[in-house]
Design a protein around this ligand. Structure first.
Ligand SMILES: C[S@@+](CC[C@H](N)C(=O)[O-])C[C@H]1O[C@@H](n2cnc3c(N)ncnc32)[C@H](O)[C@@H]1O
Length: 437
């Protein structure tokens, strides 16, 4: 589906937050057409043994129907018999022309997390073409110039969303974002809130968010994540504290979700910045071997590219706005190495902001002017501020109303009169009546 044809799709507001359920309970059963199961597929009982999230044929159909609804195709096709393929841990839901068993495509679901796998699922425009009896070469023969979907300029305007980014991302048009820059919530940084009971649960959430980010990001474009190991403080004097290498687990998620690793940039803070953790103090006093613990003064800035066979040169040459490409050239000094020395930032109302300078570097190096930058874990909206200062657009998603309040308030100074044109989803726009322009 082209971005333009999705122009009129809106983000759903539900109970003040963006909400989409992957399986809608009210979805009626569809008249399934039985197909003969190929031998390699096992019966759904294997789904139970494997502890998949999707365990029944009926659930698989409901999820597939939900996906069809987002492309207005739900009334155009019937389902064949969904089958679980435990070699790849997926469910395959065949799509057939209504009233026949003529196959027009399939929806492929990740059996563990119930997400639709876009790369393996038949593209909606291909399903449409097959239903209309067109061949994919029809448009080409008509003489129209075909602009690849990923090369069309995104129409999305500056947007602030209050809600869980995992769900909000599902409501966004595919390939409508040119760059993602974020820093995820810290695992167990605030144990009193019990956000994630286990580290595995935290990683599963991050996987679903990365998966959904993949859907909205244009092919061949960048996802940059600021992340660092976390310290789990000891519960008692007899226990040791523990460090979890979150960036390395994130790396695995990125690769498994269809991103190619590009760079590991180290954000270096001035020495002394890490003393607050108390990490090096014991060794400084006793000087015993084995007790040595360096004070961390770096954080990772991991750079990934959504997988594509095309070279970066191709993306630049085929960019739809060559004027913006020219205008976005990075002149003067730039960071030559992967050591970026930047002072940390502090915010009186947020415990973990990243510096505007860090966000500005990422936005400048990995996007062109006028493009759309998404931060799914927006906090106080630093990424949006960097995007605006460099003439880019932004989409900010944050699930804590108190941080959305900070974005709404501070935006008046960094965006000025243009705040009037921002789309607020799940929250009210700020009062702009006092603005002069
Ligand atoms: C590390 S902070 C980001 C701070 C931000 N970079 C800044 O400079 O202000 C992570 C943010 O993600 C938010 N968050 C956590 N889970 C979320 C979710 N599921 N959806 C949206 N935001 C979430 C937290 O409330 C927190 O503000």
């Amino acid at each position: 589906m082209s971005k333009n044809s999705q122009k009129n799709r809106t983000l759903t507001k539900r109970r003040g937050k963006v909400a989409v359920s992957v399986v809608r309970e009210d979805t009626p059963e569809w008249g399934a057409v039985r197909t003969t199961a190929p031998r390699k597929y096992r019966t759904p009982s294997v789904a139970l043994n494997r502890k998949y999230a999707v365990t029944t044929v009926s659930d698989a159909k409901k999820i597939a129907k939900n996906w069809l609804v987002s492309f207005n195709l739900e009334n155009a096709v019937d389902f064949g018999l969904p089958e679980v393929d435990d070699r790849y841990h997926v469910w395959r839901v065949p799509l057939v022309r209504q009233g026949t068993n003529k196959r027009v495509g399939e929806v492929v679901l990740d059996a563990y997390n119930s997400m639709v796998l876009a790369e393996e699922t038949t593209k909606p425009d291909v399903i449409e073409s097959r239903l209309l009896g067109r061949t994919s070469s029809t448009a080409a023969k008509s003489g129209q110039t075909q602009i690849p979907e990923q090369m069309q300029a995104s129409f999305v305007r500056n947007t602030v969303i209050l809600g869980d980014c995992e769900l909000a991302l599902l409501e966004m048009p595919s390939q409508s974002v040119d760059l993602i820059f974020t820093s995820p919530p810290y695992f167990n940084a605030r144990p009193e809130y019990e956000d994630y009971l286990t580290y595995e649960e935290y990683l599963l959430k991050m996987r679903r968010v990365i998966h959904n980010c993949h859907q909205v990001l244009c092919e061949g474009r960048f996802f940059v994540m600021n992340v660092s190991p976390v310290l789990i403080r000891r519960a008692s004097r007899s226990e040791a504290s523990k460090r979890i290498a979150v960036p390395f687990d994130m790396h695995r998620l990125f690769v498994e979700e269809g991103f190619d690793f590009v760079d590991d940039i180290h954000w270096v803070k001035p020495e002394g910045a890490g003393w607050a953790t108390g990490r090096g103090r014991r060794f400084a006093a006793d000087r015993n071997p084995l007790q040595y613990k360096p004070v961390p003064v770096t954080e990772y800035v991991l750079v990934y590219r959504k997988h594509t066979d095309k070279l970066i040169d191709w993306s630049i040459r085929n960019h739809p706005d060559q004027h913006a490409v020219k205008d976005s050239k990075i002149t003067g000094d730039y960071e030559v190495t992967n050591l970026w020395r930047i002072h940390p930032a502090f915010h009186p109302e947020h415990p973990a902001v990243f510096p505007l300078e860090l966000a500005e570097r990422v936005v400048r190096y990995y996007s062109f002017k006028n493009e759309v930058v998404l931060d799914p874990f927006a906090g106080t909206g630093t990424t949006g501020r960097a995007a605006v200062s460099l003439n880019r657009r932004f989409i900010l998603v944050e699930n804590e109303p108190k941080f959305i309040e900070v974005i709404r308030r501070e935006m008046l100074s960094w965006l000025g009169g243009a705040t009037k044109h921002v789309l607020f989803v799940g929250c009210e726009p700020p009062d702009t009546s006092g603005l002069l322009f």
